[in-house]
Design a protein around this ligand. Structure first.
Ligand SMILES: Nc1ncnc2c1ncn2[C@@H]1O[C@H](COP(=O)(O)OP(=O)(O)OP(=O)(O)O)[C@@H](O)[C@H]1O
Length: 314
């Protein structure tokens, strides 16, 4: 990556302060009903992402990731709960608000490389499309911005190639340039490495990280790949339609100047005090049906029931 945060030739989207909430979901529920059968894809999901943060939402197939992303991208509405993104209440948008929201508030990178780029345009022309639609700046300024964006993503050398003449990783990096061309406040990436090999995936994740650092765009990556957590400071695990645990990574430097990467796992506590125990804890102690809780001075103890039955009245 060739542009540092200090050198970024466009505004860093951090003017309102880094602590503001850019994505705020509260108690999101999405129920799908087909043939009389109800599926609760989201079961009261809470998620807060602060302005400028880079967060990965990770979960197994069927955990509700796509449902969440469809809501955040304004393509679907929750059955209950609230979702506010960059100050826009996604539940009360008019049709016109929705078009504006999808055109300028959020940028998207999809899993299918073919879905991100127009196949008959070159990389540079693809990046120019959102700038032309937004009519931002003069012709010369738009051309300069296209060049800056492609260079920032390390794909300046494929500017004149059509998508079919690029590798999958190059296509995804051009797709990121397209997604941030209109300076959206939020970048949503749906399995952006799903069609790539391991080495190329790392390149694309690092490109997302660099763009987030250089432009300050709040970035949410949704993926089933737990390896993503090595590339982001915060990973939120989604399980059965709710956020269950979070891994926070940070770099510590000791008194000898040696760097150490520290990853800590936390359980997510919702507003009414519910939390999900990690599956390996549950299995290790064979926790089932009900557990004993004890409040200690500085922690809460969870122990197996010990009676081996759940029937009432025994
Ligand atoms: N349109 C729909 N109609 C009925 N059920 C649906 C619909 N969309 C999703 N579901 C169900 O909701 C649950 C969550 O689906 P979702 O696609 O959000 O999961 P996911 O984590 O994105 O999975 P994957 O990684 O396989 O895409 C699943 O049980 C799924 O079958």
């Amino acid at each position: 990556m060739v542009v540092t945060e200090e050198e970024a030739p466009w505004p860093v989207a951090d003017a309102v302060g880094p602590s503001a909430d850019e994505i705020r979901c509260r108690g999101l529920v999405r129920i799908f009903a087909t043939d009389g059968i109800e599926v609760q894809a989201l079961q009261g999901l809470d998620l807060t992402v602060r302005r400028g943060e880079l967060v990965a939402v990770v979960g197994a197939s069927g955990s509700g990731k796509s449902t969440l992303l469809n809501i955040l991208s304004g393509m679907d509405l929750p059955t209950a709960g609230s979702a506010v993104v960059a100050g826009t209440d996604l539940l009360s948008m008019t049709r016109r608000d929705r078009v504006r929201y999808q055109r300028s508030t959020v940028g998207f990178v999809w899993q299918q490389t073919g879905r991100n780029l127009l196949p008959y345009l070159t990389a540079a022309e693809n990046v120019r499309v959102p700038l032309e639609i937004a009519r931002s700046g003069t012709r010369a300024e738009r051309a300069a911005r296209v060049t800056q964006l492609l260079e920032m993503l390390d794909v300046g050398h494929v500017a004149d190639r059509a998508p079919a003449q690029m590798s999958g990783g190059q296509q995804q990096r051009v797709a990121i340039a397209v997604a941030v061309a209109g300076s959206p406040r939020v970048l949503l990436a749906d399995e952006p490495t799903g069609e790539l090999d391991e080495a190329t995936s790392v390149e694309v994740l690092e490109a997302l990280r660099a763009v987030n650092a250089a432009t300050g765009v709040t970035t949410l990556i949704v993926t089933h790949d737990p390896a993503v957590s090595e590339h982001v400071a915060r990973t939120v695990q989604i399980r059965d339609g709710r956020t269950s645990t979070e891994v926070l990574r940070r770099t510590e430097v000791d008194e000898h100047g040696t760097q150490r990467h520290v990853a800590e796992e936390f359980a997510v506590l919702d507003r009414v005090g519910r939390l999900q125990l990690p599956q390996d804890f549950v299995s290790a102690l064979d926790l089932r049906d009900r557990v004993r809780l004890a409040l200690e001075a500085d922690h809460v103890e969870v122990r197996p029931d010990g009676r081996g039955t759940t029937e009432e009245g025994r």
